[in-house]
Unconditional design. Structure first.
Length: 94
């Protein structure tokens, strides 16, 4: 396994996840509005904060840790793959 190449892959995933997570925290209405989703009520906003903000930032931080710990590099790649495939399948079905 070539660690630098895989570290870069994880860091690109990290930038994407943390960037979107912050954007959803800062302006959830604008971010969901791009997809035609209207947030009607505090429960909907809390869900966006949790799923699209908190989860993505948390996952991004986990991937940073995996990128810098040689023993966790493979786990980070697998976790990122499963998460992104999950998003893909969800979009495909929905």
């Amino acid at each position: 396994m070539k660690p630098l190449k895989y570290q870069l892959i994880l860091m690109l995933n990290t930038l994407s996840l943390i960037g979107f997570g912050i954007a959803f925290f800062v302006n959830p209405h604008a971010m969901t509005g791009q997809f035609g989703i209207t947030l009607s009520g505090t429960d909907a906003i809390a869900d966006v904060y949790a799923v699209y903000g908190g989860f993505e930032i948390g996952m991004g931080l986990f991937l940073v840790w995996c990128a810098w710990k040689a023993r966790a590099l493979e786990a980070g790649l697998v976790a990122a793959s499963f998460c992104l495939c999950g998003f893909f399948v969800g979009r495909l079905i929905g």
